[in-house]
Structures are given as C-alpha cells and as structure tokens.
Write a new protein. Structure first.
Ligand code: NAP
Length: 248
C-alpha cells in the first residue's frame, strides 16, 4: 500500500519535497494559511492549524499518516513542537528539514539577539529596514525615536510603528533592488530573522556593500528531533524509515 506522508510546509523546501515525493507516496502538504495568495505545492493541500498537539494527533490518526516531514519556516517553532509531540505519541517517524542558517561574512557587522522583543534595545541607527514579517510589529509600535521601512507579503495589521512606511513584496529579491531600497530610504540598519536560504539573502549582501549594521534574530531552538538540511536528504530519510516505497 502507498505510504501516506504529511509535509508541514510554507517554504520552498516543502514545495520541492512534495514534487519529489508525489510519484511514490500519497503526500498531503499542510500550510498555516498566513498569506492570502500562497505558492501552492503540487498534490493534495490542506490549509490552517490543526488545533495544537491534540488536534494534530487526531488528524494524523484519522488520515492514516505513516510519517511526518516538517519543512516549515525555521521560526515556526510552535508547529514544530506540536509535530514532535504528536508524532512521538503515535510512534510515527518524524524529521525536520532545516536549511543552514546564514553566517556573517567578512565585512559584516551583525548584532545578534535571541528574539524580536530584544531588537529595540540594540538598534544602532534611526532609520530601520524591518524585514521580520508582519506578526511581531507591535514590538516597535511605541518607538518614537525611529523610522521604519516595513516590508511584508500581506498588509500588516495594527499596531504599527508610529513613524513608518510599508512596502508589500515577496521574494526572491535582487541585490540591486535591495541596494536601491537602502539608498532611497536612507536606511541606517537592517533587521532580519536568520531564516537562511537564497530567496531573501540579497538584503544581507546589500547591507554588506553599504557597510550597514544588521540586527540578526537567532533561530528559536529545535526540540530534540532528527533533522536534515535539504529536501533531498529528507527523501533519503524517508527511504530509510519506509523502505518498501522508494521515492523517485
Ligand atoms: P508557529 O508559531 O509555529 O505556528 C502557529 C500555529 O500556526 C501552529 O501552532 C499551527 O496551528 C499553525 N501552523 C503553523 N504552520 C502550519 C502548517 N504548516 N500547517 C498547519 N498549521 C500550521 O508559526 P507561524 O505563526 O506560522 O510563524 C512563526 C514565524 O515564522 C513568523 O514570525 C513568520 O515570520 C515565520 N514564517 C512562517 C511561515 C509559515 O508558512 N508558517 C512562512 C514564513 C515565515 P495549530 O496549533 O492550530 O495546529
């Protein structure tokens, strides 16, 4: 019988993984439903939360899932924790796909913080390019001394920083495009989550070229689970845990 695989998605890795697995497995991809017009993977897709660990446990059982691959964004830590717990309860194979984090290069001036809440205390300049998404903007709402260029995929909901401009865009971005933004808005400092990957890395190259500091938010810690660094490695992992159906 064809093995049934849940891919927790919302990333390019998850979309590529669904495409790699679809010939040999019955794959369901799951999206959080955070953006209004998401890039969809091939095959079956479900959208929206499961209802915590309990809801996910029930869903996995009801849908006869044989293995779970978590290819969510590195900052989607609640989802990953739920999936680790639910799969452990059910004794299901579980792996997390985590692209390598960005590392500072020669010439970079990165200030590391553990979470978004810690960013305001270390901001080294007045005009800030904020690329951390639309969910944590309340942290910056009362900072009168700063001006923010906020870039999000969908329009952010209040509270927003008092002094800000919002641009709606979705990667991939180019170094030239990022340099133009930094120049046009006279940016002093870039704020980024350490998402890793190529899609949004141009801003780091642009900051380096303009010798701007970057406030870099560290990734939340992973629970003690098996991890792989790419979708190809996840395919190999799946071959090992479900040896009867080799992926294409
Ligand atoms: P989260 O805090 O881990 O997830 C919150 C809840 O959303 C989860 O508990 C789960 O709800 C639901 N959820 C998350 N991912 C899901 C998936 N793939 N399928 C079904 N339900 C899912 O993650 P987040 O709120 O989505 O994002 C946290 C940070 O990651 C944000 O700051 C954002 O910038 C960044 N990020 C996330 C995504 C993404 O696609 N999720 C993409 C880019 C960036 P239940 O508990 O009800 O199951």
């Amino acid at each position: 019988m064809t093995a049934r695989i849940l891919v927790l998605g919302g990333t390019g890795e998850a979309r590529r993984l669904a495409a790699l697995l679809q010939k040999r497995y019955a794959v369901v991809s799951s999206l959080a439903g955070r953006v209004s017009n998401p890039a969809l993977p091939v095959g079956k897709v479900r959208i929206g939360g499961f209802g915590g660990v309990e809801g996910l446990t029930v869903w996995l059982r009801d849908n006869d899932i044989d293995a779970v691959i978590d290819a969510t964004h590195p900052f989607a830590s609640t989802m990953t924790a739920s999936a680790a717990e639910a799969t452990q309860r059910l004794g299901l194979p579980f792996v997390v796909v985590r692209r390598p984090p960005w590392q500072p290069q020669p010439g970079d001036d990165w200030l590391w913080v553990d979470d978004i809440a810690a960013v305001p205390a270390v901001l080294p300049g007045e005009r800030v390019f904020l690329t951390t998404g639309r969910t944590d903007l309340a942290v910056f709402a009362d900072l009168d001394a700063f001006w923010f260029l906020v870039r999000t995929v969908d329009p952010p909901r209040p509270p927003l920083p008092k002094r800000c401009a919002v641009i709606l865009d979705r990667g991939p971005y180019t170094v030239d495009g990022e340099l133009a933004l930094l120049r046009e808005h006279r940016i002093d400092v870039l704020v980024s989550k350490n998402s890793g990957g190529e899609l949004t890395a141009a801003k780091l190259v642009a900051a380096r070229e303009r010798r701007l500091p970057v406030v870099m938010v560290r990734r939340p810690p992973l629970p003690p689970v098996e991890t792989v660094a790419s979708e190809q490695e996840a395919v190999h992992w799946l071959r090992d845990v479900i040896p009867d159906s080799g992926a294409a």
